[in-house]
Design a protein around this ligand. Sequence first.
Ligand code: AMP
Ligand code: MG
Length: 438
Amino acid sequence: MDGASKRGKGRGMARGKNPDANMIPVEGARRIVLGCMRSTEVREVPAWQAAGLPLAADIETDIDLAPFANSAMDGYALHAEDLAAATADGPVVLDVVGHEAAGHVFEGEVGHGQTVRIMTGAPVPEGLDGVVKYEVVEVLEGDGNEGSRVSFTAPAKPGENIRAAGLEARAGDVVMAAGEVVTPAGAGLLANAGHAFVPVHRAPRVGIISLGTELVDAGAVPARGQIRDVNGPALMASAREAGAEPVFYGIAPDDEERICELVRRAASECDVVVTSGGASAGDYDYVTALIEREGEVLFDRVSIKPGKAVTFGLLGETPFFGLSGNPAGAFVGFELFVRPALRKMMGHTELARPVQEARATHGIKKRPGRAAYNRARVERAGADDELEVMQAPTQNSALLVDLHRGNCLVMLDEDAGRVEAGETVAVLRYDVPEGTVL
Ligand code: AMP
Ligand code: MG
């Protein structure tokens, strides 16, 4: 039995002569995809390696942050009230009774009329509540250390130049909540809270397969009728950029057995399988039928242009994405469905790329029908620094350079018609991370 005649058997999906009869809108498709995603296991990684990842648990600090009141300046620690009357004409003179460097603790008692020379980060001796910086202190006798006499010409506010104990957090406080994405500064905060290792979700393994008898790899010179595999490397890069671990399973010719073998292997070894090609309604497009036979197809057409031929299903527990073979279609399919899915598996809650409004520099052709995701580049231009979007001159799905040089997709609804130059359109920024405020 060939692939085409098997269509229509799975899940009672009515597949008549028109394969587009099953087409569903983008949002519905995305809901189905996200509904199937389970997070990967949690493992502990060094705090610095968690940067860019959401935490899998709340993280508490075991100590106060800062752990003790410490000086924010190099200067003299004292009782602030001792300087209440200090003026330029009537300076207050104190006796230096000790010296404190960072990492060193002054154990003695400091009485009224006394002061301790202190360095930035050193603990403020018990009972003292002010630090006056060196620059405004005059040394009257000695070298400024123990045994010296120093003079002050202005009052100090209680707490001045002191970083209080527990300023940032108290022992037992949650310093970073589950789901919060660790930043480099956050890695420092986690270390400060006593966590050399923190729990995050493992990067999902993404098995990538390129389907098509015409495909050869980049190292080969294509014979007539052959083309180089573009989607393999492009999807590997996209998966890596999404924070996943891509694994390339190679190119499979349009042969049902070969495809089946590779897809099964990838599904058993990976968290997600992504193929490109063989997904439309051509004579050799086996993907949907294969998933229907081996697992379950949840949708196989999405109302988008480019890349409407998206098959999504489950092979046992493993989510499967069969993307369109056209490079632009594969890219859009990855952006709209695979990337949010991988992010969900890693515990991210921000799943959508930023969308912004921009003025179209030129008219944009569009007929009501499928939603469009047109390749474009948005920039600030003109005297008012307004956002302008220039769409690539041709939207031929086989062209890559405009996706490479572009930074956004112009999103036009299913019902949208032609856009005139100067009108405002929504653009999806694929060059900036989810959650970015633009
Ligand atoms: P298909 O989905 O197999 O019908 O492929 C649609 C178009 O995309 C055809 O022109 C294919 O040759 C092309 N194509 C499919 N896979 C790839 C790939 N991995 N790299 C570049 N082009 C591809
Ligand atoms: Mg093909």
